[in-house]
Design a protein around this ligand. Sequence first.
Ligand code: COA
Length: 342
Amino acid sequence: MSVVCIEFKPGLEGVPATQSSVSYVDGQKGILEYRGINIEELAKKSSFLETAYLLIWGYLPSKEELEIFEHDIRYHRRIKYRIRDMMKCFPETGHPMDALQTSAAALGLFYSRRALDNPEYIRTAVVRLLAKIPTMVAAFELMRHGNDPVQPRDDLDYAANFLYMLNEREPDPLAAKVFDVCLTLHAEHTINASTFSAMVTSSTLTDPYGVIASAVGTLAGPLHGGANEDVISMLSEIGSVENVRPYLEKCFETKAKIMGFGHRVYKVKDPRAIILQQLAVELFDKFGYDKYYEIALEMEKVVDEKLGHKGIYPNVDFYSGLVYRKLGISSDLFTPIFAIVV
Ligand code: COA
């Protein structure tokens, strides 16, 4: 009897799972493309929903196709009262990511799972998920603070509506625009852990809501989606520009990982970090400075001196937390916001 011996690779290190046809990353040149279009161009010229359409269906929609898509998303934004009632029973101390994972899975209880071979069923499921996840994130945020959730507003676009549901106030147009770009920047990044997890779950032909719940669970871990929350805690712990060098010297000595720096693929500054930094500055110019930004700039300088030669530069999480903070979003909502685009 012969025994086939297959090499075991812990953590699938170096084992390519699949190749993405949706996005492309060049880690040496700092290039990220969605379906062949550079991320800078999309951030400047497209809305998040137009980008989502591009990612899902492979091409930029015509004006009419985009209008239909936007209309469908608006139509499906509301969540059933039973889902709201279920969420009301969640402990207010629970993490918003756990609330989101549970609520996303619960959608599968309400919408038939028997039509996976029907493209219309899949399209509606995609639309429902894109439409309802922001509503569920905002609803839990209000309910955990003892308030009733706010109904979505059909006259507001995707990003503005989310900020409205979160704060019960119509957002400033710049804040809505910046948030929309943030969604675009986080919308896709080849085969990361949550995408891989979604692919494994979908391969068993479960319903799309179960697939997304599984991806949300994977994204929830601090090694994946949670780094920008940690960046804000780190900036708060450092507290002043003078403390940056001593803080970092200790990290260098102990070989501790500095949050918001380094990337498996990018060996230069993450192109998304460059755009997010510009957005943060636009917000500071309009709504006032954040002293954490000075600390962040000093960190970038000192890390560059010491680790630049190893290709360690700011990643997407380094400046996104500063942007969200200026938009008034609490730090434990950073990862659920990332999940909106999962
Ligand atoms: N702080 C300090 N040193 C770091 C570092 C960081 N954030 N990221 C990498 N390094 C070090 C590595 O330990 C390695 O050191 P060595 O040459 O002494 O072995 C060297 O720099 C090269 O690391 P590299 O191979 O480029 O990175 P990686 O693939 O091992 O790790 C991450 C990539 C993302 C896991 C890592 O950079 C990290 O943990 N970053 C902090 C968390 C974070 O911001 N996550 C969000 C990612 S989008």
